[in-house]
Design a protein around this ligand. Structure first.
Ligand SMILES: *[C@@H]1O[C@H](CO)[C@@H](O)[C@H](O)[C@H]1NC(C)=O
Ligand SMILES: *[C@@H]1O[C@H](CO)[C@@H](O)[C@H](O)[C@H]1NC(C)=O
Ligand SMILES: *[C@@H]1O[C@H](CO)[C@@H](O)[C@H](O)[C@H]1NC(C)=O
Ligand SMILES: *[C@@H]1O[C@H](CO)[C@@H](O)[C@H](O)[C@H]1NC(C)=O
Ligand SMILES: *[C@@H]1O[C@H](CO)[C@@H](O)[C@H](O)[C@H]1NC(C)=O
Ligand SMILES: *[C@@H]1O[C@H](CO)[C@@H](O)[C@H](O)[C@H]1NC(C)=O
Ligand SMILES: *[C@@H]1O[C@H](CO)[C@@H](O)[C@H](O)[C@H]1NC(C)=O
Ligand SMILES: *[C@@H]1O[C@H](CO)[C@@H](O)[C@H](O)[C@H]1NC(C)=O
Length: 534
């Protein structure tokens, strides 16, 4: 009876805490889970209807605008955790079996490892495949102008992916979603490119029109467009600019009262009731399980296994630790974090310039839309480059409580399947009779929601204003110059002059990457020591 009452009250507590507010899981949040229920319907409107529904307009009037191109950057759909996390989970389950544990949670140690097999680590999950296919079917509704007939010609669109398996699989799923799931597609994978060839099922149609998408991808360390943080020179630059700050923030948060109390709460919950022996679980293990709870929600819509360990507030605390990592490594912590994503913006603006410059008929070979498939690391940098979700105060290990209502939520910036669309429109002034007065305008959608960019007056922003203001905000995209400064050099790469001393000391050519690495390692070691010495 007591057990029964305990069970009921646990259930009620769970119901109250879980249904009160929906938890987010940093970048381990499923796409649909990152939306409020009220926002879901807007995603299936045409661009015009959606703009009207969200108060966006153009001076010329929306009815005088039409889309001329679009550049969309996607993160991979919901995927399995990486190998390190899967292995750590298996290890933890073993540890659970070797301790006495609260019977309520004993079943967690019995969850078979086949649920998240190590062989699938990092792969796109079935749920993620569907997310991406749905994104493709919705983009056809939003821009019906680009898809005038049910028969889709994939060669009119351009595709590119990182060489990561989940990104490539997402690109393939997207192409399949565009042609429609009633078509039969074959995928041919080669080194450096993947071809998706689709056609109607000839048993049901007399007119079979084959079409195919060509998806190119570069090796990770040479992909300066879609993995700009991973090329050797940028890696060093980012590390030097960071000076171990990310590790420091995360480590200090782990030692904070918020994180320790979270660990104690979970240890208490998992302990045998009445036992004086506290269940042995570390802060890192609590963090792992909170993350795995997010994966279960995203991949299986399951909040009834690992998630049962956590209250809403617990998940928020655990999430904040991961948010700090993203903030300092990839976002507003340092300007260079987002500046390295400049090649993507340059690529977009160049495409827009060509679209705007093409006369009637000329340049018809430009893609109608460009689709890029990358990871959260790049997407967060790009979203930050646009100044989206920037708070007046920095995120830090010591201001968890004050940051509860922060703008910066990576779950909303780069959930699984997260996407940033830059859409170009041509708008014509109706009252001008004697010459063709047209303005090109940019609309930004983050995860299919229209976003007001801080430096634009209209939701449909004049292309020239957009370019100028964005470049001003992005330090004119002088990435190498910013790196030089991070290295302690002048922006042009020369060494700062030795004023008043023995004259100039030459230029940067004396600084080699290996010397920089040595300096960097020393700095990191110093940073670590100062943490331990707290
Ligand atoms: C958890 O699952 C229950 C039952 O399916 C559901 O009512 C509830 O909304 C879910 N909570 C979350 C956060 O998804
Ligand atoms: C964008 O700004 C317009 C007014 O300029 C406002 O009506 C609209 O709600 C804003 N949209 C969003 C998504 O914030
Ligand atoms: C695709 O990759 C294959 C094998 O790596 C290569 O031979 C071929 O030229 C590539 N195709 C294109 C169009 O780049
Ligand atoms: C991606 O590129 C890296 C080199 O940067 C290489 O080691 C890796 O094998 C490539 N992955 C795939 C799936 O081709
Ligand atoms: C708790 O578990 C860790 C391994 O996760 C182990 O190293 C440590 O010795 C354990 N502590 C106790 C008191 O059993
Ligand atoms: C931050 O980036 C460094 C590499 O530059 C990496 O070693 C570290 O794990 C990252 N930290 C987080 C929390 O992502
Ligand atoms: C981007 O364009 C700007 C201005 O056109 C240029 O100065 C910069 O070098 C370009 N950056 C990259 C990374 O291509
Ligand atoms: C740097 O020094 C090298 C040789 O010492 C020279 O060739 C190069 O032109 C110098 N560069 C600058 C920017 O001064």
């Amino acid at each position: 009876m007591a057990k029964f009452i305990l069970g009921i009250s646990l259930f009620l507590v769970l119901l109250l805490t879980v249904s009160a507010q929906k938890p987010l899981f940093s970048t381990e949040t499923g796409y649909d889970l990152s939306f409020e229920l009220s926002e879901l319907n807007q995603r299936t409107l045409s661009w015009q209807a959606q703009a009207r529904a969200t108060g966006g307009s153009a001076p010329e009037g929306l009815e005088n605008c039409r889309p001329v191109g679009s550049y969309v950057i996607y993160r991979e759909g919901t995927s399995f955790p990486d190998e390190a996390d899967v292995a750590a989970l298996n290890t933890f389950q073993n540890k659970m079996r070797s301790q006495t544990i609260n019977p309520t949670f004993r079943f967690l140690s019995q969850i078979p490892s086949s649920r998240i097999p190590i062989a699938s680590a990092g792969d796109l999950a079935e749920f993620g495949r569907r997310e991406i296919q749905e994104l493709a079917s919705r983009i056809k509704i939003r821009f019906s102008e680009f898809f005038p007939t049910p028969d889709i010609d994939l060669s009119k669109f351009s595709f590119q992916s990182t060489n990561g398996s989940s990104s490539i699989e997402s690109a393939v799923a997207f192409a399949r979603g565009l042609v429609g799931l009633n078509q039969i597609c074959e995928t041919l994978s080669m080194e450096g490119n993947v071809t998706v060839a689709c056609s109607e099922n000839s048993r049901f149609t007399r007119y079979v029109t084959p079409t195919s998408a060509f998806i190119s991808n570069d090796p990770a360390d040479m992909d300066s467009l879609l993995r700009p943080y991973d090329t050797p020179s940028r890696k060093i630059c980012l590390d030097v600019a960071n000076k171990g700050r990310t590790d420091q923030e995360v480590m200090r948060f782990k030692m904070s009262g918020d994180a320790r109390q979270l660990r104690d709460r979970i240890a208490q919950k998992m302990s045998m009731p009445g036992s004086r022996q506290l269940f042995n679980i570390s802060g890192d293990e609590v963090q792992l399980l909170a993350k795995i709870c997010g994966y279960h929600l995203a991949m299986f819509n399951d909040n009834n296994t690992w998630c049962r360990l956590f209250d809403y507030e617990d998940l928020n605390v655990a999430e904040y630790q991961r948010e700090l990592g993203h903030y300092w490594n990839e976002s507003y912590g340092f300007p260079i974090n987002s500046m390295v994503a400049c090649p993507l913006i340059n690529d977009t603006l160049e495409y827009f310039d060509r679209l705007a410059a093409r006369g009637a008929g000329a340049g018809a070979s430009l893609p109608l839309m460009k689709f890029k498939f990358t990871d959260e690391n790049t997407l967060i940098r790009l979203v930050s480059l646009l100044g989206i979700a920037k708070d007046p105060r920095q995120l830090g290990f010591g201001n968890y409580a004050q940051s509860r209502n922060r703008q910066f939520r990576t779950a909303k910036m780069a959930p699984f399947g997260g996407n940033l669309a830059l859409n170009l429109f041509r708008c014509e002034s109706p009252q001008v009779l004697f010459f063709n007065d047209q303005t090109f305008r940019v609309q930004v959608l983050l995860n299919e929601r229209p976003i007001n960019i801080t430096f634009c007056q209209d939701a449909f922003c004049d292309l020239e204003d957009f370019k100028r203001e964005l470049m001003a905000q992005a330090g004119q995209c002088q990435v190498q110059e910013a790196c030089n400064v991070a290295f302690g050099l002048n922006p042009d790469g020369t060494r700062p002059g030795n004023r008043g001393g023995g004259g100039g000391r030459g230029n940067a050519s004396g600084i080699t990457p290996s010397r920089l690495l040595i300096a960097l390692t020393a700095m990191m070691a110093m940073a670590k020591r100062s943490i331990h010495g707290l």
